[in-house]
Each structure stands twice: as structure tokens, then as C-alpha cells.
Design a binder for this molecule. Structure first.
Ligand code: IFM
Length: 473
């Protein structure tokens, strides 16, 4: 176990006096006991966002290292070279997770630590050793490991060959999957192939605001296709290497709301839903791409080879849903690619990112997923918020808004269960403040405040609340 001696908030779970009482905050009450006994409680992170040590122990360069090194790409000019220094401080971080009372922990494996050049006959042993220690550390603390295979840090060597636009990257992904599931499958039973392929495809290859910074719509559609096919190709590999495996994919999904009652906005909302939600869920659940969206795409539709649709539809054990916000959509003729525009609903509550806060939207979304695609099991694999945290003179962080956000979304989860959604677990994003991609370290999503100058971790009031909730107080 890590060194707990200097960790004032560890052991026992503190009855921290809150600066504002729950009644002052007008928070509805919710208790862990209102959820099924086998409901999974967790928190999530991702390799590039927390690990640092990007040149240590043979790790290869990733597309995000390259992207960060390109001037103007990251808002505060930062990079992931140190991040939360989790590569060295992971025991302390796993102690934190255990302290919260979660029974599962979602992390991702950095492909360039395993195959520095993207592929090879043998994996990098030091990379394997790191994750092996980390996984053992989780198990020692009673945390069920949930591993994501791809959370955006593609080896740069593969990008030189075209990255996800090249079908050969799918084969490299399957080989990497084979390698890590052979080595960790004795201890890790829960595997997520991809995290949020929409972001990799469209932020990375259409808008160019994420690595690798490509701006070409047709390419983004092909990348999206290869991500979904590679998911399907990886699933049987996981199953063959991992006894009793549970495999799924995590999507970023949104309830889509028409801006007005007009028929034009309703049609726009349906088109937008097609590109955001149905484009992913339909092929994963065996229906191929939605015909209305394919028609709209015209020459930008991806090239689909024989066998791709059946690969994409490989049955999974669960669907991971990352829920953050609804999208309000208006008809916008001439706005490429599908004549829609996302607008901001007047007077809506928002996080510091500008994302609308809508716990009801989570209920609507989960209900709709269950009705339209009927997954065996759904896990909220991410849900969380960023606000401008202030460290008070006594060193504490009283993040009232994040606490409210968390409570209200857990109430939404309870409501979804009551409506019959097969919701099996909830992972808060994130255990720690971390590197928020193009926003650098400006945005903080953690239940734990990280002082990046000293690497000191301080549980925020939201984290204290989650711990009390999970410990049944
Ligand atoms: O930080 C990200 C995470 O990597 C993917 N899902 C959304 C989070 C917040 O933007």
C-alpha cells in the first residue's frame, strides 16, 4: 500500500463538516442502499491524462505527445509529460480510490508503453510490468479493474502510416489487444475496447482540435468506421484470452433536443441524432449504418468492406455510456456537414466548460437506449463536471457545484433504474484533476484536487460526499 501517513483525509472516512449544509444547498437526499446490492460504483481515469513519465521505461511517442508539442494546439501550452505523475504515485492514487469506497476503477492502458512503435514481436516488458503492478494494486485494495484499451494515445509510429485512416491500424490494434489480454486476462475481467470513438474521429480528424489534428470530413468518417470495425475484431480476441471476460465499448452519447416545435428543427434534431448516436449504436447492434445519414453523407460515407458490418455487430456484454450533456439543435441550411447547428438553451445551468447541466437528460438518454437498442447491461463509464475550484486558506476545496452535479446525476441513475433500464454501475469522472486534452490543465474534473506544482492531492467536498454516500452515511 502507499504511504498514508501524510494523507489527512485517509482512514477513517472523515465526517467532514461541510461548509454548507445539505439543506442550505437544497440537495435532495439519496442513499447507496436505494441501489441494487450488486450495483458497481467506480471512478475513471485515462493513461495520457494522468500518467506523465512519457519518456520512461521505453514508452514510445503518442499522437498526443506530438500534438502537444505543436504550438497553439493546447490552450495553456502544456503537455502530458508529468500530468499527475500517476506513473510514480499510483499507490497513493489507488489508496484514494479505496478511501472513496468505490469497488471498481476504470483506467486505460497506454498502447505506446506496450508497443512503442505500435506493433512488434514482443511487447515492452517494462510497460507490461507497470500495468501489472497497478492491477495488483487495485486487487489488493478491493478495486475491480476495468481496462480501456484505447483512450486516444495512439503510437505516433502508426500515425506516420496514416493512423486510424489506414485499415492496417485495425490489425495493429487487434495484435496489441491480444498481447495485453494474454498478460492481464487472469486478473482483469472487464475490458472496454474504445473510449468515445466520436471524439477520435471528429475532434481528431474533422475539427482537428484533438490529436492528430487532421481537418478532413471524409477522413473522419473513414476513421470512425475503422474504430468501430476494430472494436468488433478485438472482442473475440479478448474473449479467447480472458476466462469469464466481460467486453464492451464506451460511447459518448447525448439526448438531442429540437430547439423549437418547428418541423424543420425536429428534422434537424433527427439528423443530428443520426450522426451523434444512431451512427454508432445502429451498427453495433446489428442494423448497419442508418440509411438517412448515409444518404446525407453522399461521397463522404465511409468505404465498407465485406464482413465489416458483421464485425461491428459482434455481440458484447455491456454498453459503456459517457454522459455529460444534452445537445439542443436547430435547422441550419448550408452548415456542413448535415445542416444542423447546436445552440445554447437560454437560462440553462452550465458547467465552466459551458456544458448544459441536465440530470433529466441522462434519464431520457438511458431510457431511449434501452428501448431502441436494448443492451444486456449499461454502465455509466463517465459522468462529471468541471468548475473553477478555489483552494481555501485552510487548503480545502468546497466544490459545491460539483457536489450538486454528482448528487443530481445519482438521483437520475436511480430514476433510470426505476424505469427499468439495465443500469449496472456508475463511474464518476474523474478520480483526479488531470490533463483535459486541448484545454490542458485549465479544466478540473476531479473529485480530488491536484496541485500540479507539488503533486499534492486534496479530496474535494464532492469526493468527501461520494465517500460518505458510498460508505452508507
Ligand atoms: O476528459 C475527458 C475524457 O478523456 C473523455 N470523456 C470526457 C472527459 C471530459 O471532457
Amino acid at each position: 500500500m502507499g504511504n498514508n501517513a501524510n494523507n489527512p483525509f485517509l482512514n477513517p472516512v472523515p465526517a467532514v463538516p461541510l461548509r454548507m449544509s445539505e439543506s442550505t444547498l437544497n440537495l435532495p437526499t439519496i442513499q447507496r442502499g436505494e441501489f441494487p446490492a450488486d450495483f458497481l460504483w467506480g471512478c475513471s481515469t485515462a493513461s495520457f491524462q494522468i500518467e506523465g513519465a512519457n519518456q520512461e521505461d521505453g514508452r514510445g511517442e503518442s499522437i498526443w505527445d506530438r500534438f502537444c508539442a505543436t504550438p497553439g494546439r493546447i490552450r495553456d501550452g502544456s503537455d502530458g509529460s508529468v500530468a499527475c505523475d500517476h506513473y510514480h504515485r499510483w499507490p497513493e492514487d489507488m489508496d484514494l480510490a479505496r478511501h472513496l469506497g468505490v469497488n471498481s476503477y476504470r483506467f486505460s492502458i497506454a498502447w505506446p508503453r506496450i508497443f512503442p512503435d505500435g506493433r512488434g514481436a514482443q511487447p515492452n516488458q517494462k510497460g507490461i510490468d507497470f500495468y501489472s503492478r497497478l492491477i495488483d494494486g487495485m486487487l489488493e485494495r478491493g478495486l475491480q479493474p476495468w481496462a480501456t484499451l484505447y483512450h486516444w494515445d495512439l503510437p505516433q509510429a502508426l500515425q506516420y502510416e496514416g493512423g486510424w485512416a489506414n485499415r492496417a491500424t485495425m490489425d495493429a490494434f487487434v495484435a496489441y489487444t491480444d498481447s495485453v489480454t494474454r498478460r492481464f486476462g487472469d486478473r482483469v475481467k472487464h475490458w472496454i475496447t474504445h473510449n468515445e470513438p466520436w471524439c477520435t474521429a471528429f475532434l481528431g480528424h474533422h475539427e482537428g482540435t484533438h490529436a492528430p489534428g487532421v481537418r478532413d470530413f471524409k477522413t473522419s468518417m473513414q476513421v470512425c468506421h475503422h474504430l468501430l470495425v476494430s472494436h468488433g475484431l478485438a472482442v473475440p480476441v479478448v474473449r479467447s484470452n480472458v476466462p469469464n471476460a466481460k467486453v464492451g465499448i464506451t460511447l459518448s452519447l447525448h439526448p438531442i433536443v429540437p430547439a423549437t416545435d418547428s418541423a424543420a428543427d425536429a428534422a434537424a434534431a433527427w439528423r443530428h441524432d443520426g450522426s451523434r448516436n444512431r451512427w454508432f449504436l445502429d451498427p453495433l447492434y446489428g442494423r448497419g449504418y442508418p440509411a438517412d445519414v448515409t444518404a446525407l453523407l453522399g461521397r463522404n460515407a465511409p468505404e465498407v468492406l465485406e464482413g465489416d458490418f458483421s464485425a461491428m455487430a459482434t455481440p458484447t456484454d455491456f454498453l459503456g455510456v459517457n454522459y455529460y450533456f444534452p445537445e439542443v439543435v436547430t435547422d441550419a441550411p448550408g452548415v456542413r456537414p448535415i445542416n444542423t447547428r447546436v445552440i445554447e438553451r437560454a437560462n440553462a445551468e452550465r458547467t465552466a466548460f459551458g456544458w448544459e447541466v441536465s440530470p433529466d437528460g441522462m434519464v431520457t438518454l438511458l431510457d431511449r437506449i434501452q428501448r431502441d437498442w436494448n443492451p444486456n447491461a449499461i454502465y455509466i463509464t463517465e459522468n462529471g463536471s468541471t468548475f473553477d475550484d478555489v483552494v481555501l486558506p485552510d487548503g480545502s476545496v468546497d466544490d459545491i457545484e460539483r457536489r450538486r452535479y454528482l448528487v443530481r446525476h445519482l438521483i437520475a441513475a436511480r430514476e433510470a433504474l426505476a424505469r427499468g433500464v439495465a443500469l449496472k454501475g456508475y463511474f464518476a469522472w474523474s478520480l483526479l484533476d488531470n490533463f483535459e486534452w486541448a484545454e490542458g490543465y485549465v479544466r478540473r474534473f476531479g473529485l480530488t484536487y491536484v496541485d500540479y506544482a507539488t503533486q499534492k492531492r486534496t479530496l474535494k467536498a464532492s469526493g468527501h460526499w461520494y465517500a460518505r454516500f458510498l460508505h452508507g452515511r
